[in-house]
Design a protein around this ligand. Structure first.
Ligand code: NAP
Length: 471
């Protein structure tokens, strides 16, 4: 019976107590926003501030006291002050002894200090229990209620019970705590808000570099060449014709680059005969940003579709078509219908439409909400098999666009091949290599390696063949 009531008491004390008093040091932007939100959720807030008499900055309903008095009212003290001012806490060592100190601080840049802010606080006050939390939530989001994008609150600390108390507060504010482990994880948590699109950086640089290169290449080939050798002004190509040439090329190359690291990884695993060796750093990074590469490729493909839709209303296109008809009338001759051209033109458009449709499907399945609702096999089916099918369709679309033009000497002004030929290099390499990788004699050992099988180094193999005794 007694044991029963003890358990009940323990449970009650573990439950988040909405009327709990929580102390916040600092009446700045973050302290005020967090305090306000916590009061809305039923907490009693006491601010520890340098100017307790100045009530203007203290939210209505909360009280302001000196740091020492405020710390005495609660077991949990949230430090909404910058790291540079932490040393004043030294004077409050005794009052803060055994209490939970929540470090919410961020720095201005990564590796600004040798140790993390949370570890620094723990060194300063070894008798207190430091928990890192809330640093990824902004004061603005707390104030405006726009917490959808950042509902997760990373929490770490060396004392489990203290961490639980802080996670209870997080939950009662309608946020989701994510336990990252001990205080060692503070580095990762503190670096998090300082990163600027870490996964997008390289894909964006690559696509920008590729776009600029191809743009300049097309200008030289289509505008400058015509100007210099034929005195024709095709500068208006800069607005639609060249972008509509560059966008599909960038899209196709980036799509191929999504699949190329997988091919490299497969070749490396086959060569090493094991999957238990780390890939080189560059390959690891490349594999990690495949989704971003694919999404940027989709954006370029989308632009290509938009540019293509406006082709019929372009003055240049209408003028060309009208001149062609007029020429036929003047010559009193009608060009005959060529079924082969009709086939090529329809196949080119059909492959483009199907390729784009699958491309969009790939993009949709990479969204977290969709990816979370399919199982691993379904995700792999879409991203790998349908992905390769998209690459095949888009490559075929480009090949048909080029047709036999690459055989024509006149298609190489100043010896420069058409941009579409450049765009086919990487996709063709990927598709040819993938073709070899699906051969059963290569696929079988690769699948075995990926399931954990390892090829033993020669010197570890039993010399049965030498003795001829083993079967
Ligand atoms: P803030 O507006 O500058 O407020 C800091 C507060 O610290 C001041 O209002 C002051 O409160 C107190 N303070 C200043 N000098 C002090 C000193 N010498 N000794 C003791 N206390 C002093 O900064 P904040 O934006 O609220 O940020 C506070 C902490 O939250 C920072 O560590 C920041 O990295 C972190 N944070 C902020 C945000 C955000 O969106 N703002 C988001 C996540 C994390 P009193 O005048 O009441 O003493």
């Amino acid at each position: 019976m007694e044991q029963h009531s003890n358990t009940a008491m323990a449970l009650t004390s573990d439950m988040p107590n909405k009327k709990q008093t929580v102390c916040i040091f600092g009446t700045g932007d973050f302290g005020r926003s967090l305090g306000h939100k916590m009061m809305q959720c039923g907490y009693t807030i006491v601010y520890g501030t340098r100017n307790p008499k100045d009530t203007k900055l203290i939210p209505q309903g909360a009280s302001g006291m000196s740091h020492r008095e405020a710390a005495e009212t609660s077991d949990i003290i949230i430090l909404a002050i910058h790291r540079i001012y932490y040393d004043f806490l030294d004077k409050l060592k005794e009052t803060l002894c055994g209490k939970v100190l929540v470090d919410v601080s961020n720095n201005l840049k990564i590796n600004q200090y040798p140790e993390t802010n949370a570890e620094y606080l723990a060194q300063l006050l070894p008798e207190s229990k430091v928990v890192k939390a809330f640093n990824t939530v902004s004061a603005w989001a707390l104030q405006s209620g726009a917490l959808d994008a950042s509902r997760q609150v990373f929490v770490c600390g060396n004392d489990g019970r203290s961490k639980e108390k802080v996670m209870d507060i997080v939950r009662s504010l309608g946020l989701t705590p994510l336990d990252k482990g001990s205080l060692l994880a503070a580095k990762e948590i503190e670096d998090y808000p300082l990163q600027l699109f870490p996964m997008w950086k390289y894909p964006i640089y690559l696509s920008l570099g590729l776009t600029v290169f191809l743009f300049i290449y097309c200008i030289i080939r289509d505008v400058v060449y015509n100007h210099v050798t034929k005195s024709k002004d095709f500068s208006f190509f800069l607005v639609i014709s060249i972008p509509n040439r560059v966008c599909p090329i960038v899209a196709l190359v980036l799509l191929a680059l999504v699949y190329l690291p997988g091919i490299f990884a497969a070749v490396l695993q086959l060569y090493r005969g094991t999957k238990y060796k780390r890939f080189p750093n560059w390959l690891d990074k490349w594999m990690l940003c495949r989704k971003q590469l694919g999404l940027i490729a989709l954006a370029f493909a989308f632009l290509h579709v938009l540019y293509t839709l406006v082709i019929p209303i372009r003055y240049y296109v209408r003028w060309k078509s009208n001149s062609y008809i007029t020429k036929q009338v003047l010559d009193n001759k009608t060009d005959s219908f060529v079924t082969e051209y009709a086939w090529l033109s329809d196949s080119y458009v059909a492959l483009g439409i199907l390729g784009f449709f699958l491309f969009v499907l790939l993009g949709i399945t990479s969204l977290p909400s969709v990816a979370n609702s399919v199982n691993w096999r379904e995700f792999r089916f879409v991203q790998s098999y349908l992905g390769y099918l998209t690459l095949v369709l888009c490559t075929a679309h480009t090949l048909i666009y080029g047709g036999k033009r690459f055989l024509n000497i006149g298609s190489y002004p100043w010896g420069l091949p058409a941009a579409y030929i450049l765009s086919l290099i990487i996709p063709c390499i990927v598709l040819v290599m993938k073709f070899f990788l699906i051969f059963p004699c290569i696929d079988r050992p690769l699948t075995a390696i990926r399931q954990g099988w390892e090829r033993k180094p020669k010197h570890l193999c039993e010399p049965h063949n030498l003795s001829g005794s083993s079967v």
